[in-house]
Design a protein. Structure first.
Lengths: 88, 295
């Protein structure tokens, strides 16, 4: 199949005030320091591809695969953007 | 079943899952590439809006009852192993789109193409971020809810002093007016890749004999730093100083520098270039009985 015939993957966007629901649906909750933790393993903090912790406030979204969570600072979003672009 | 099909299927279950009894929902005739979950009116009788030109659909999640909202989100997350690539908060997505759009065309693409592989290791991501920051400065508009200051704080927080230097140089246009011309000269003079990177690193680290006024500086700091910089530039054989300021407060600080410098250096001349909330004050002064002109 040529690139032009490949079906584009869907990107889902959500309003900021739906963030809590999305985080929960992804299987995360927050600990006492506002960092995202695995609901099934609350001592396990979520780590972004840059090795940074992800807080509720900074959570920008998630990428498929081994479910990578990204922060919303500009350098993180550029990397997130690169990951999406590479596969399109 | 694609995510779009799953969504439309969910909205067929009136009564148990949907807040209203009468729904106006039409399936799209295109391959959906973007699903926007919006926080709309719970009594919305048209909870799915189709945007053919963008190949997207807007889904008002509030039109679903709470248990159905949960169901919808679970379907989306499950689809991430299938036809969904990512789920992104819409402000963040706007930033990502701005990055992609900016780098596809125009001056940002040109700068990146010129400097790719030539900047010191680790500087390219900083430059990419800085070029977006500059777009925000120039337009004066927020990108994904972030002001230019927010974007600069992101750079400074992640990349520290190095990020600050590159962001300042980029915003002042130094990559086009100094770095790229310098790179071309170095390349044509036969310098090795290592030597070129070393030289560009020096320019960034020394901020090319310029003073960048930032919002944490007070009037006295600006004056003292300008005088110190003038003296160090003189010793380096550079009879000038470029002072840059961004934002109304910094513009005033830079303008306030003129009488102070004139009092100390009677032979100083000023050339002011200001646009909106940006100023570049070029100070030249006599050395060795002549004024060297600036490029």
């Amino acid at each position: 199949m040529t690139d032009s015939k490949k079906k584009k993957k869907i990107v889902v966007t959500f309003d900021k005030n739906l963030k809590g629901k999305v985080i929960e649906a992804l299987g995360y909750s927050e600990d006492k320091d506002d960092c995202l933790v695995d609901i099934k393993n609350p001592t396990q903090r979520a780590i972004s591809p840059d090795g940074l912790e992800v807080s509720v406030d900074m959570f920008a979204g998630a990428k498929k695969g081994s479910l990578l969570l990204y922060n919303s600072d500009l350098p993180s979003l550029i990397k997130f953007s690169d990951k999406l672009s590479l596969e399109k | 079943m694609s995510l779009a099909d799953k969504i439309f299927d969910l909205f067929q279950h009136k009564g148990s899952l949907i807040n209203v009894n009468v729904l106006h929902v039409t399936n799209p005739t295109f391959n959906v590439e973007q699903v926007n979950l919006v926080n709309g009116n719970p009594g919305d009788s048209s909870p799915i809006v189709i945007n053919p030109s963008k190949k997207s659909i807007d889904v008002n999640i509030n039109a679903l009852k709470p248990n159905a909202q949960e169901k919808l989100l679970k379907k989306i997350i499950q689809s991430m192993g299938d036809d969904v690539d990512a789920i992104v908060e819409n402000n963040s997505y706007e930033v990502m789109e701005a990055v992609k759009k900016g780098e596809r065309t125009g001056p940002i693409r040109d700068v990146l193409n010129e400097l790719r592989g030539c900047l010191p290791d680790g500087d390219m991501p900083i430059l990419r971020a800085s070029l977006l920051l500059r777009s925000a400065f120039v337009s004066g508009e927020k990108i994904g809810g972030k002001t230019a200051k927010d974007l600069k704080d992101d750079i400074r927080f992640r990349y520290g002093d190095r990020g600050n230097k590159i962001a300042n140089m980029c915003t002042a246009g130094y990559f086009e007016t100094l770095m790229i011309p310098c790179l071309k000269i170095l390349k044509s003079s036969g310098k090795s890749e290592h030597e070129i990177k070393k030289e560009l690193n020096f320019i960034i680290e020394e901020s090319a004999f310029a003073l960048f006024v930032h919002s944490h500086m007070k009037e006295n700091d600006v004056c003292e730093k300008a005088k110190a910089k003038i003296e160090s530039n003189k010793k380096a054989g550079k009879p000038y100083l470029n002072v840059h300021g961004i934002g109304s407060k910094n513009v005033m600080l830079v303008q306030g520098l003129k009488p102070v410098i004139k009092a100390q250096y009677s032979n100083a001349n000023f050339e002011e270039n200001s646009v909106a909330e940006y100023i570049n004050l070029k100070i030249t002064f006599l050395t060795h009985k002549k004024i060297d002109s600036l490029a």
